[in-house]
Design a protein around this ligand. Structure first.
Ligand code: ZN
Length: 213
């Protein structure tokens, strides 16, 4: 896989100083929920991923977006990005050629040189054919994870760890929340870093916050 055209060099560091201070939407929870998050949150997630990678990235206004969700800038080069969050097994949705055509048209109207579609799903053959003709970069669900692994590998590790059922202590960030017993054998949730970390909560609170959703 080759993302070098879009994502390799870290330029415009000064330009990004302000944006870098924003709170990022990319955390391990969102990595786990990529296929179920809203389309809008998916766009924010990708924008923040690009910014973290040292690129300038902006969301387009919702109204009349020309089929473009994010504009990524590296030096003088602009890339129009269409973000397609889809759950393949919900609607059997693949990204088809209409999306490719719409992005090609939109980028042309705005004079943007490069185009790219990023999805959690995959692309139809027709979509891939037209994209190849147009020099458009397509990033499917697998490649998206590859991209995350390249830019924020620790997020994937964290997401996988959480999938195993471990919940990180919100206070110290390194311990794991675990059932403990207090005086009179009353159980509560504490941190594995106890006594260094004294974070604790009631079991009911733990269940509402982390188990029941
Ligand atoms: Zn802790």
């Amino acid at each position: 896989m080759n993302f070098k055209n879009l994502f390799s060099k870290k330029e415009d560091k000064k330009l990004l100083a302000i944006e870098r201070r924003e709170s990022y939407y990319i955390d391990s929870k969102n990595v786990t929920n990529l296929s179920t998050m809203s389309g809008e949150n998916f766009e924010v997630f990708l924008r923040d991923l690009f910014i973290y990678d040292g690129l300038k990235a902006e969301l387009t206004p919702k109204y009349k977006d020309d089929g473009i969700d994010i504009i990524v800038t590296r030096g003088k080069l602009h890339t129009a990005i269409q973000a397609k969050r889809m759950d393949i097994y919900k609607n059997y949705n693949l990204v088809d050629k209409e999306v490719v055509n719409s992005l090609v048209g939109g980028a042309r109207r705005r004079g943007i040189e490069r185009t790219c579609i990023i999805t959690t799903s995959i692309f139809t053959e027709a979509a891939q054919d037209i994209a190849a003709q147009e020099g458009m970069e397509l990033i499917d669900g697998r490649q998206l994870y590859y991209l995350i692994a390249k830019i924020r590998p620790e997020l994937l590790a964290e997401a996988y760890f959480e999938k195993l059922g471990y919940i990180k202590c919100p206070e110290c960030g390194t311990g794991i929340l675990k059932k403990r017993e207090g005086r009179q054998k009353i159980p509560f949730i504490g941190c594995t870093n106890f006594p260094k970390c004294r974070h604790s909560m009631k079991i009911t609170e733990f269940e509402t916050r982390y188990i029941k959703q």
